[in-house]
Design a protein around this ligand. Sequence first.
Ligand SMILES: Nc1nc2c(c(=O)[nH]1)N[C@@H](CN(C=O)c1ccc(C(=O)N[C@@H](CCC(=O)O)C(=O)O)cc1)CN2
Length: 288
Amino acid sequence: MTAEVINGKELVGEIREEIKNEVHQLVQQGTQPGLAVVLVGDDPASAVYVRNKAKACEEAGMYSEVHRLPAETSEEEVLSLIAKLNADERIHGILVQSPPPKHIDEQKVIDAIDPSKDVDCFHPVNVGNLVLGKEGFLPCTPAGVIEILKRKGVEIKGKHAVVIGRSHIVGKPMAMLLLREDATVTVCHSRTSNMAEITSQADILVVAVGRAKLVGKEHVKPGAVVIDVGMNRDENGKLCGDVDFEAVKETAGLITPVPGCVGPMTITMLLQNTLEAARKTGKSSVRV
Ligand SMILES: Nc1nc2c(c(=O)[nH]1)N[C@@H](CN(C=O)c1ccc(C(=O)N[C@@H](CCC(=O)O)C(=O)O)cc1)CN2
C-alpha cells in the first residue's frame, strides 16, 4: 500500500483564499485585522517563520507589524512593548515568537499578553478555556492538524488517535483538540517504554517530538493517517519531519509531507485567529 500524500499547498491556498475574502468584508465594515509579532534574538529559523507570518498577513489583506529586538533585550523591555501592544487599537493579535533567548521568562511574557489578543492561544486563560471546551482561540498548530483531517474527510470520532510528544505548544493541546472531536486519545513521550506497540494501534498518528525521522514503518498501522508536525534538518541539512517519510508512506493510508503542510497550515490558523480577534473587538483604523 502506498499512502496518499496530502497536498498542503492546495489546502492552505484554499483556506487562505476564504480568509482573504472574510478580511475584505471586515475591512469594508471599517475594521482591518492587525497582528503584532515580537521576535527577540537572531534564531535563523524563527526569523523565517516570522517573515512568513508577515507575508501571509499582507497577502490576506491584514495589517501586521514585526518588532525585531536584539538578543540582549531585557525582559522588562519586552514586557513594556507587550503593554503598548495590548493598548493599541490597530492590533488585534499579539504573539511572541518561541523560543525567546534564555534570560527571558517566556511564561511571564505570555502572561502579560491580553488574553483577547493571544492569537497563539498560549495564555493560561485561553489554555483553560481550551481544556474546559469553552469558546475561544484554538492553538495554531493543533488547530491546523484538525483542519487538515476535516478537510481530507478523515473521521475522528471514535478513532484511536496517538500523539507523540507532550509540549505545551503542540502535544498537550493536540490531545485536547482530538478529545474535543471525540477521539480516544493516547499520548506517548520520551519516557514511554513500548512506543511502537502503542503507536501501531493508532488510526490517527500525530508526531511532534522534534527528532528527525524518529517514526519508522514499525510505528505505523497499515492504512493509518500520519500527521508530521516535526521540523528538523537531516544529515545533509535538508528539511525533514519526525517521520521517516519514505519508509512510512509505504504503510500509511494518508500522510503529510515536510515541508509543505503542517507548517504553512499553522500560519493559516494564526490568520484565522487574528480575524476572529478583530471580529470580536472590532476596533481599528483601516489602512488599505
Ligand atoms: N509564538 C509561536 N512560536 C512558535 C510556534 C507558534 O505557533 N507560535 N510554532 C513553531 C514555529 N512556527 C510558528 O511560529 C512555524 C514553523 C514552521 C512553519 C513552516 O511554514 N514551515 C515550512 C518550512 C519553512 C522553512 O523553509 O524553514 C513548512 O513546513 O513547509 C511555520 C511556522 C515554534 N515557535
